[in-house]
Design a protein around this ligand. Structure first.
Ligand code: NAP
Ligand code: ZN
Ligand code: ZN
Length: 352
């Protein structure tokens, strides 16, 4: 239960199968270590659609999605040392974790051994308060889970960095994307387009693997040196045994064996895309040439700030289409058809 609460406007789905519509929700008054943020923009991640539709079978309603949150600090609790009113800040996919386990102590809160608390569709560590996301006017978050948005990054274009950015930066860095490495990005969507920009800035030779040739010019403008359309059988054949690292952002389980075939000896394919269907992997897709299949989720808070500072240095932001919140249900339909270049971002002032 929220003892001292602030009412705020939000968009929510109140039950499975319902569209998003306006709902008044409550946020807690900032406690000693909390930051109260006036949200300015919130990106629209494919995970929002998976969860609104209960595709991961864990949805809780009413659900206010949104975990690519940027805004301005309104006020802070007594013990907050990192932020003050007026600061430009962001909140990504998580708002708490145990802070005591080995993962938390190693700045890997996303792999907390108790559990991380997701920004929405989750329950706080009190085991009773539901978390509600960024399709709303304000949010109260412990300062540990708030990051600083560098001054040279426009807030709207920076919003997608809080999920799409960190989710691709973390595995790129962990698996050593850099000079001399051949890196392929599967799926040029919200995550994929950030992965291309980040891998290129890290110094890797980047290939985009997309379903068609429609996005080739965009991919090259983002820094891709090569482009493979999987609809072109010959081009896909030529891409066999080519890559040290594949970051797979696809939200569908199909074609995994085709992508694994494109890895070199000792190469790794990292799944960040999270299809709800089981993956059809053949043993002989990984046994020859000692290939690996791995997964990765978002990134820790220290690494999220590192990613934002890297983006600031390299002038990297997301390609976005800003939308008012009342078109969100249509935006979901368009996202499912990959009809967005490359991320929808909600202007939260449109909630007023
Ligand atoms: P998105 O914008 O919809 O992009 C996904 C891209 O995958 C599409 O643009 C499309 O690229 C390709 N694609 C879609 N359907 C496909 C199909 N049937 N076969 C082959 N390719 C297909 O989605 P997103 O926001 O980037 O999210 C991608 C996935 O990552 C989602 O499953 C999301 O839940 C997950 N995710 C995971 C994490 C994590 O922590 N691991 C964090 C955020 C999101 P082309 O048109 O180029 O083929
Ligand atoms: Zn996301
Ligand atoms: Zn922990």
């Amino acid at each position: 239960m929220i003892k001292t609460a602030i009412k705020t406007k939000a968009y929510a789905a109140t039950a499975h199968g319902e569209e998003l519509k306006p709902l008044e929700i409550q946020r807690r008054e900032p406690g000693p270590s909390d930051v109260l943020i006036n949200i300015k923009f919130c990106g629209v991640c494919h995970s929002d659609v998976h969860q609104i539709k209960d595709e991961w079978s864990n949805s809780k309603y009413p659900m206010v999605p949104g975990h690519e949150i940027v805004g301005i600090v309104d006020r802070v609790g007594d013990r907050v040392s990192k932020f003050k009113a007026g600061d430009r800040v962001g909140v990504g996919c998580m708002v708490d974790s145990c802070r005591e386990c080995d993962s938390c102590k190693n700045d890997l809160e996303q792999y907390c051994e108790k559990r991380m608390v997701l920004t929405y569709n989750d329950i706080e560590l009190d085991d009773k308060t539901p978390t509600l996301g960024g399709y709303s006017e304000i949010i109260t978050v412990d300062e540990h889970f708030v990051v600083r948005i560098p001054e040279n990054l426009p807030l709207d274009k920076a919003a997608p960095l809080l999920c799409a950015g960190i989710t691709t930066y973390s595995p790129l860095v962990h698996w050593g994307a850099g000079p001399g490495k051949s890196v392929a990005i599967v799926g040029l969507g919200g995550l994929g387009h950030m992965a291309v920009k980040l891998a290129h800035a890290l110094g890797a030779e980047v290939t985009v693997i997309s379903r068609s040739y429609n996005k080739k010019a965009d991919a090259e403008a983002m820094g891709a040196k090569h482009y493979v359309a999987t609809s072109d059988f010959e081009a896909a054949e030529k891409a066999q045994n080519k890559f040290d690292l594949i970051i797979n952002t696809v939200s569908s389980a199909a074609d995994m064996n085709t992508y694994l075939g494109m890895l070199k000896r000792d190469g790794t394919m990292v799944l960040v895309g999270a299809p709800s269907d089981e993956l059809p992997i053949q043993a002989f897709s990984i046994i020859p040439h000692r290939k690996s299949l791995s997964g990765s989720t978002i990134g820790g808070i220290r690494e999220t700030q590192e990613m934002l500072d890297f983006c600031s240095k390299h002038d990297i932001t997301s390609d976005i289409e800003v939308i008012p919140i009342h078109v969100i249900n249509d935006a979901y339909e368009r996202l499912l058809k990959s009809d967005v270049r490359y991320r929808f971002v909600i202007e939260i002032d449109s909630l007023k």
